[in-house]
Design a protein around this ligand. Structure first.
Ligand code: PEP
Ligand code: CO
Length: 454
């Protein structure tokens, strides 16, 4: 077993040492003592995920790093307290399982499945405040801090929300575990994951063909007496992830693993560091340098090779494959020029990292109707470039990181269903960034198969 608690990490690391580093993107808690009291309460709660699961994910990501697997990470931009129901969790899982099946069947490559789920409640913002009609209030920072409504009381950060984040994460995880381990994710259920409103669409029909192909393959294997691994066919390995933004909460969910003595963040399997909080000398990088989880780190278009080296030095000094995933989010116009130098540099230095593509966050704009949106064709353009660049460089396009939902929302333009600007008003439900709907997400999976084959 590889132990991460880095031999080369500064011995001064503790779960609280991030507090001595500059920190960005935290709520202005009106009563810091109340915030600390809540954190103390959370620190007494049971872990949400377990060290053994986290190590399993690290091994799976090491396979991605070696070019043997593909990482599929997706879910809401932000989970909310309002849209919390068994149905919405099930539908998000369904679409991720559908995408994973299409990818696995089409590319014959194992897919590591990770949700932006069970903890994705905090948002980094480009501005600290929001001004409407001359009134300035604290920006919406996600339900972990405040409420979206533009009212002074709603925008006032309330630390008790962190307790609700913990409770909702626990309940969500409980359902995710039941769905993925309890028969719902069985390969016998592949047809059932296709939702009614998708079934008669072109992509829904393509999916039915894949599902039928799987039925046939399983039936054939059984008839030939080849046997099908029952556990593999009836359960799915599924992991959680979130932007680990509010470090007080993350610190309160830091535990020592009794087996290895390593520290782990037990709020999620796969925490990531956002584009705005990845300062190599900042608090976020300091905190995550000391926990054994695999860590994601977003890289925007301005990332320099020096920054990349500094992040590797801080987050993966022992160069362990699977420990560090760079999630590239440069935008369709900048990726072609800005990603290749980073890949070449990392390769020359021998950095063992997973490269994943977030084609969402560099392609956002405001529609004439006022909503934040993204064009399907821009998203596809960035993904296409990401694959082409890796092919050119001889490196592995390791995965994708997508904002999506299981619902038939109308938040991103174009794609399957050809959503137009006037459609945006029909079902625009996200509390933050626009997500691919079920049909667009499935279409993306089919396109990815093409890219993986190319
Ligand atoms: C996000 O993933 O929702 C996000 C805010 O990303 P980034 O840090 O890349 O802007
Ligand atoms: Co987002």
């Amino acid at each position: 077993m590889t132990v991460i608690r880095n031999t080369s990490a500064p011995t001064s690391w503790t779960p609280t040492s991030w507090r001595d580093h500059p920190i960005a993107q935290q709520p202005n808690w009106p009563d810091p003592a109340e915030h600390e009291a809540v954190l103390k309460e959370i620190s007494r709660r049971p872990p949400l995920v377990f060290a053994g699961e986290i190590r399993t994910l690290r091994d799976r990501l090491a396979d991605v790093c070696a070019g043997r697997s593909f990482l599929l990470q997706g879910g809401d931009c932000v989970e909310t307290f309002d849209a919390f129901s068994a149905d919405s969790i099930r539908d998000k899982l369904k679409v991720l399982l559908q995408m994973a099946i299409v990818l696995t069947y089409g590319s014959k490559t194992p897919v590591v499945k990770v949700g932006r789920i069970a903890g994705q409640f905090a948002k980094p913002r480009s501005s600290e405040t929001e001004t409407v009609d001359g009134v300035t209030l604290e920006a919406y920072r996600g339900p972990a801090a405040n409420d979206l409504a533009f009212l002074p009381e709603a925008r006032r950060p309330d630390p008790r929300r962190l307790l609700q984040v913990y409770e909702q994460s626990a309940a969500t995880l409980n359902l995710v575990r039941a769905f993925t381990q309890g028969g719902f994710a069985s390969l016998r259920q592949v047809h059932a994951w296709n939702r009614e409103f998708i079934r008669d669409s072109p992509r829904g029909r393509d999916y039915e063909q894949v599902a039928t192909g799987i039925d046939n393959a399983l039936g054939f294997a059984r008839a030939c007496g080849m046997g099908v691994d029952q556990a593999a066919a009836s359960q799915v390995e599924f992991f959680t992830s979130h932007d680990a933004l509010f470090l007080g909460y993350e610190e309160a969910l830091t535990r020592t693993d009794s087996l290895t003595g390593e520290y782990y963040n037990v709020s999620t399997h796969f925490p990531w560091i956002g584009e705005r909080t990845r300062d190599p000398d900042g608090a976020h990088v300091q905190y995550f340098s000391g926990v054994g989880n695999p860590i994601g780190c977003k890289l925007g278009p301005g990332t320099t090779t020096d920054e990349l080296d500094a992040l590797v030095a801080r987050l993966n000094p022992d160069n362990i494959p699977g420990r560090l995933t760079f999630i590239v989010r440069m935008g369709k116009d900048l990726i072609e020029a800005n990603l290749p130098p980073l890949i070449r540099h990392a390769r020359a230095k021998g950095h063992q990292v997973v490269w994943s593509c977030d084609p969402m966050h560099g392609n956002t704009f405001t529609a004439s109707t006022g909503q934040k949106t993204r064009r399907w064709k821009d998203i596809m353009s960035e993904v296409r470039s990401f694959f082409a660049i890796h092919r050119q460089e001889g490196t592995h396009a390791g995965g994708v990181h997508i904002e999506l939902t299981g619902e038939q929302v109308t938040e991103c333009l174009g794609g399957a269903g050809n959503i137009t600007e006037s459609d945006l008003l029909t079902r625009y439900e996200t509390a933050c960034d626009p997500r691919l709907n079920n049909e667009q997400a499935l279409e993306l999976a089919f396109c990815l198969v093409g890219f993986l084959h190319a």
